[in-house]
Design a protein around this ligand. Structure first.
Ligand code: GLU
Length: 466
């Protein structure tokens, strides 16, 4: 059975890049009828935090990616210990007593020579007896793996093809730290093998770990899985994804008013192709179409415009009641408790314009008094007594009008004509008076939604400015 895993370290909130890795694994599992395992890689006690683990769970749940099995590495320490003894017995590992200072010095020397650092194997040459003696004397040590010194290690990557490493370049990686805690490279191999992971789908940044892990598989007598390294995500300026360019936690996207359907569709497009022409793929469609050969080699570019477009699209697919329920918490957070009937009317007006749920906050004027006006608009429309006088007459005549949008349109058009004005000369200042803004949904619909009483009151507030 095809089995994949998503293996985040709970050392931070689930990042958008991590979510993309999770999604590719999830889509592949669902596409093939396989299993999606979530494995929390929390061996680093200092940096791993429960709150981050919870953030990972909440983010995956929000995105709709449910795991079939869950593991925590911190609960599997005994397993790693067993394998460490096995490797020690088969003489595939050795104790390394080099101190941090000694290693730092060596590293600096390599840097000076502009060579990439590799542990020089000082302790590999120690006899076992000498090693045991040093251990007994209480000298701290790490356990290192003996990498083969000859030959090549080849990854047949399902995305990148054949990648060859000269074994001379692989250093003797640390499997256990001085405090006995096993390292990432060690745990990951044991877990992937014992959990019968068939395909390891992860970020390209792990390619350099892979030959080291392959050697561990071999030493432990495990069967090799398939590897698929997915491309990096770059910001729109083609450099490393920065916070400003989109590198944020999934929960931050949620707080910013993105909806999971859009985030899923967006992430799925980051480094994978589904069709030469289309871009809208809901989850079900992605599951049908996703496959590893469609993953691109080249880096994916994060494009906020596309994300906003998709978000707007998926918002529009919802019913007005659904949208109302989604935007309500954002209004409440802004101190507004909207009545359901009014909220539904506002959603109806705003639906086509919402890119993010937070855009609903542009329509606060439906729920709250208008206290401020767009500055440029104020200068243009409310400073001139002649223009205010026109608003005053408009307001007076509006008193006798029935406030349905079509009616208001007929009234305003004929009012403009009668007074020798262009329609815009009325629409803009009236809009500014009613909403505080120069841009809003159709003015007459806004007026109908606000109702006669509020409209007249807001016009009066502007007239009394003079
Ligand atoms: N815990 C590792 C990480 O978060 C997982 C790497 C892997 O998928 O092998 O980067």
């Amino acid at each position: 059975m095809i089995t994949v895993r998503f293996a985040p370290s709970p050392t931070g909130n689930l990042h958008i890049g991590g979510a993309r890795t999770a999604l590719f694994n999830y889509l592949f599992a669902k596409h093939t009828g396989g299993k999606f395992i979530l494995r929390i890689e929390d061996t680093d006690k200092e940096r791993s935090k429960k709150e981050y683990e919870e953030n990972i769970f909440a983010s995956l749940k929000w995105l709709g990616m449910h795991h079939d099995e869950l593991y925590r590495q911190s609960e599997r320490m005994h397993i790693y210990k067993d394998y460490a003894s096995k490797l020690a017995k088969s003489e595939n590992t050795y104790k390394c007593f080099c101190t941090r200072e000694e290693l730092d010095k060596k590293r600096q020397l390599f840097e000076k020579m502009k060579r990439s650092y590799k542990y020089d194997g000082t302790c590999r040459k120690l006899s076992r007896a000498k090693g045991d003696k040093l251990k007994e004397s209480g000298k701290p040590f790490v356990v290192r793996f003996k990498m083969p010194e000859e030959g090549e290690t080849i990854i047949n990557d399902l995305v990148r093809g054949k990648i060859t490493f000269d074994n001379k370049e692989l250093d003797d990686i640390i499997l256990e730290r001085t405090d006995g805690v096993p390292t990432y490279n060690f745990c990951v191999v044991i877990d992937d093998a014992l959990m019968k992971i068939t395909h390891i789908i992860r970020g390209e940044d792990h390619i350099s770990n892979t030959p080291r892990q392959i050697q561990l598989y071999k030493a432990l007598g495990f069967e090799l899985p398939e590897f698929a390294h997915i491309p990096l995500i770059l910001g729109s300026d083609k450099t490393r994804l920065s916070k400003r360019a989109g590198a944020a936690a999934v929960t931050e996207y949620e707080d910013d008013g993105y909806i999971p359907e859009a985030v899923i569709n967006f992430l799925a497009l980051l480094g994978c192709s589904y069709s030469p022409t289309e871009e809208i793929f809901p989850l079900g469609e992605l599951i049908k179409r996703f496959n590893l050969p469609h993953v691109n080699k080249s880096a994916a570019i994060f494009d906020f415009t596309k994300l906003d477009y998709l978000n707007g699209y998926y918002i529009r697919q919802k019913t007005e009641a659904e949208i109302a329920a989604l935007v309500r918490p954002f209004l409440i957070k802004a101190g507004i408790t909207p009545g359901e009937e009014l909220l539904l009317k506002v959603v109806k007006l705003e639906k086509g314009r919402l890119k993010k749920l937070t855009d609903i906050l542009d329509s606060k004027y439906f729920f709250k008094e208008v206290k401020e006006y767009d500055t440029a608009g104020f200068e243009k429309y409310f400073k001139d007594p002649v223009k205010i006088a026109l608003l005053e007459i408009y307001r007076k005549e509006a008193e006798g009008v029935s406030f349905e949008a079509t009616n208001l349109e007929v009234f305003t058009k004929s009012f403009a004509e009668k007074n020798g004005k262009k329609l815009g000369e009325l629409v803009h200042p009236v809009r500014l008076a009613l909403t505080g803004k120069l841009i809003s949904p159709g003015l007459f619909e806004v007026m109908e939604t606000l109702g006669k009483e509020l409209c007249l009151k807001r016009l009066e507030a502007v007239i009394s400015l003079k």
